[in-house]
Design a protein around this ligand. Sequence first.
Ligand SMILES: Cc1ncc(COP(=O)(O)O)c(C=O)c1O
Length: 391
Amino acid sequence: MNRFAASRMQRIEQSGIRRMLEKAMAMERAGREVIHMEIGRTDFDTPPVVKEAAKKALDEGWVHYTSSMGLLELRKAVAEKLKRENGIQADPEREILVVAGASHGMAITLMTVLEADEEILIPEPMYLFYLDWAEYLGARTVPLPCLPENGFQITRQSLKARVNPKTKAILLNSPHNPTGSVLDRTSLQAVAEVAAEHDLLVISDEIYEKIIYEPSRHYSIASFPGMKERTVTLNSFSKGHAMDGWRIGYLAAPADLVWELEKGQQHTMINPTTFSQIGAITALKMGDRIVRPMVEEYTRRRALMMELADQAGLTYFPPQGAFYFWLRHGVSRVDGWALVDTLLEKHGVAITPGEIFGPSGKGYLRISYSNSMENLRKGMGRIIETLNDLK
Ligand SMILES: Cc1ncc(COP(=O)(O)O)c(C=O)c1O
């Protein structure tokens, strides 16, 4: 630990996914070929029409600060989208904040709402960047174990058992990274009821909402009766629009909370990148025309992953959304890290061990299928071979 780093940094881990990615990239620099199935980065390019809009914006001089709330035209486009697709009525002047991706939106939300010693409930397994945030702020993450046999759904009972006077918020992510599950209406209703009974905030990360497979459906909890006033809905252009490098997203929340969140924005970013905001306006105007072809391809890839796992007799959670395959590895001789390291070093396939997403991830692998069918076939072939060797 560097002597200048604050002690609170010890409460945060380097990302395990990044660790795999860095190692894989070092191997590539040394001339090895690697199949990337570790990162949640879509392999699609940003649609040309969106790129053109941002290029034009640069040429036209959109190179300065904007309002720290984000461009009003973008906020208006977001408000229309939220009304049309999510059943959320948000005032673009006061209830929408444009952020530099959901990560940034989440960071300023947690910084804004969590007091030291307060608790936040997060369904587990969980997206690993959420694990440490509360600890960093001197608050506490309380995992809410969710099981594959229940489709990773949330029950009123398990929620109630973990709520206490220190509980401040519940953090949801659906469709889910890493399990590919989607929360059904019953789970969301349970969260809504418990949140109302105990006056809790709900933070809902919906960045994979567009990547969803029949018959699953995405519901925004802020559209449930009485929930808008206690929900922060987070979304971004990273996944559905293949714009992860643009660092652009948005959140919707009650006006008096957005007022506080905007302070976090001002102190960290001032505003998200101006020409990215222009690109995002075009992306929203294009609607699902951008997203649909990508989802069709993800649907084919998902089917391939299940077919290959079935042929090998492996157990997995059939993805309902997002692009992650949650596979039970069935190896007891070595731990998850040793398994993925062997796979990368010997076979040139990068994936992530389930345990980095929480204790119940032990015994699982998260395999991202944001890669070509050809690479998925090759990658899965080598994964299956390695699992057989280690059993
Ligand atoms: C659940 C979840 N939330 C947030 C993010 C980060 O999103 P953004 O690129 O919008 O910051 C990711 C990225 O993988 C994710 O999986």
